[in-house]
Write a protein that binds this ligand. Sequence first.
Ligand code: ATP
Ligand code: MG
Length: 150
Amino acid sequence: MQTTSRTFTIIKPNAVAAGATGNILDRLISNGFRIRALKMDFLDRNRAARFYAVHRGKPFFEPLLRFMTSGAIVVAVLEREGEDAVEALRTLVGATDPALAAPGTIRHEFGESVTRNAIHASDSPENARKEWSHFFSDDQIVEVDYQPSI
Ligand code: ATP
Ligand code: MG
């Protein structure tokens, strides 16, 4: 059986508002990710603070909460062949600061600033699972694969 691994992403409010959702999802899919769960959502302050609890107390925490509660987001559980879904997504997403993100990365194209950086990508398999559980229950992750009928 093929090994697969999973990660979690958020298309952030600036990218959703810019109409980039489809383009970003297309890039994820064309770079080998399958979508296992997907929805549009909106974070109020309490949910955003819980999601970003690890950053509480940092100077960018309040601006980050204001930004993440400024509009709709799109959240997804992603899967790919192999064991490196987390690393592969972070490579595709690029550096936190879009000004430093390599050409071809999602943040290079859609990021506007270090806060308004278009997309979130989990930094470990453990954090990915924790993060997607803010948005999806286990039974909302679709594990059925296409079986073409003859
Ligand atoms: P993400 O977790 O969103 O994928 P990341 O792992 O590259 O991004 P973190 O250090 O986890 O970066 O920071 C979480 C988010 O907080 C960043 O994506 C960015 O929106 C914001 N952020 C981080 N550092 C700064 C900073 N120095 N100034 C402003 N905002 C920041
Ligand atoms: Mg992070």
